[in-house]
Structures are given as structure tokens and as C-alpha cells.
Design a protein around this ligand. Sequence first.
Ligand code: GLY
Length: 306
Amino acid sequence: MAAVGTWSFSQPAVDRLRSLITSGCHATDAVEEAMAGWLKMTQIKFHPSVEMENDPETGRHIVGRGGFPNSEGVLECDAAIMQGTAGKFGAVAALRGIGTPIRVARKVMDRSPHSLLVGDGAAIFAREQGFSIEPNDSMLSVHSTKAYEEYLENRQKASGHDTLGLIALDKMGNITVGVSTSGAPFKSPGRVGDSPIPGSGLYAEHMVGAAAATGDGDRIMCYCPSFQIVQLMKQGSSPNEACCAVLKDIRRRTFPEKCFELGLIALNMKGEVGAASTVEFPYVFWDMENDSVEIRVQLPPSNKNE
Ligand code: GLY
């Protein structure tokens, strides 16, 4: 059993993963629950709920409700979930009006013949599955509305780290990764980042491990880093070796000093964690041996010797 999440703001979600997984929850249910909040499962009803995606405050971190809107002032979210078992993947992109996009992604995985639904089609599917589509105003927070007004006035970019990525390994040996983001602040309408693209924003393989990425999704998706990390783990690399090798290769290809923002996390079936990043990258790890949820900080590599 183990869990890891991107950025320090994922700490409440990793705490929740620990609680759910130790009480026997499946990794996929745990990831959905830790990202979205309450899940209707009687066996976990005694756990206090935290909301990540649906909390307007978490929107400051470019996730879900309260995230930064696109250039037309509309919030469009991307989310995906992948279970290591072959063929278990679901995603939504440019989804409007829903504060828990990971839940819609889960429904795509479990109840749709498709794997990725976008825009109006994703919203139509969500409505069919019982989600209500809210007006855009209720998806924005005071903070994101103000940031958008500032953007309109002086085209000033919003700051913040993007993408909640969570990986969970449960008692039964299931491994699942989920990601959720409102994407690049003030992006073009319809822009989709790396997060819902399998192999780019996330990847998982049963009996091997899983990986997730965060950062500049327009660049990340050109390199499929999550798929590469899992392939390296399959060939015997530790999660840390795999993350570092993939980062090194991308930096070599872009030239180190021109490399974009990229943070990587990975977990294998032994519960070992790995990370690599081009920027200072705090991530949260539940270490079962010490039974502690701790924030670790991954520093970028130096440009020397490259
Ligand atoms: N990494 C998230 C995005 O660029 O959309």
C-alpha cells in the first residue's frame, strides 16, 4: 500500500488516500474519492470527506471549480483516470459546468464505449449519467474572477502550480492514477493539455506501476513522459531512476536551459516512489513503513555535466 500526490496542496488528498486504502478501498475508488470528495460507498462512510476538485479554494492551484478560466472567461477542465488493468482508462477534456471532472472521467471509463470525451459531448454524457451542468458563473471563484479581470486589463498571466495528480496502490495490488486540472490560465477555448492524454499526463500498468506529470501541458504531450516512465520501470528501473532518466532525455532534446516546466511522480508495486522535475517540486508521499504522510521536495537538476 502506498500513495503519492503532486505539489504540497495534495496533502489532504494523500491523507485521505491513506485512510481509504488502509480500510480496504480499491485504488480506483480511493483516487476518485480523494480527488472529488464524497463517494456513495457505505464501507467508507466513517471517513471525513475533503473536497479538492470541487473546492473553489483549490482552484487557485489550477484544479476544478475556482480554477482559471479560458480567454473567454469560461472554465474548462480536463481530468483522467487510469487503472493498471489493461484497457481501463477514461478521460474528459474541455468539460464545462462540472466541479468534479474526475468523476465524469471515471464514468467514461466504466460506462462508455469511448475513452476520451471532450467539450459539449463530455457534458452531454455527464448529464446522461446524472451530473448537473452548472452555469459558468458558479464555477468561478472571487479569486479566479479577479484574475480574469486583471488578464483582460493588462494580459497579466496568473501564477500557480497546475494539476492534481494522485497515484494509489491498494491492499489487493491494484494501482491507479488520476489527474485533474483546469489547464493553462486564459488558454484558447478548446485547448487541451497533457493531463487527459494517456501516456502524457498519466499512465499505469498492472504489476508494474504508474506515473503522472504536471507542468506545461502543451509541451509535455510532445514527449509521453508517463508512458516512458512506466516502460522503464517494467524493464527494471526504480521509480526514481525512471523519472530521472525520462527528465534527462527530455532536457537533452530541448536543451537543458530551454526546458519547460515539468514535474514527474511515479510509484511501483513495492510502494517505492520516484520524482524528477525541472523546477522545485514538492510532492506528497504516504510511506507505509513509517506510516507517515510527508512532503518531499524534488529539486531541479543542475545544468552542469549535461
Ligand atoms: N499540465 C496541465 C496542463 O497544461 O493543462
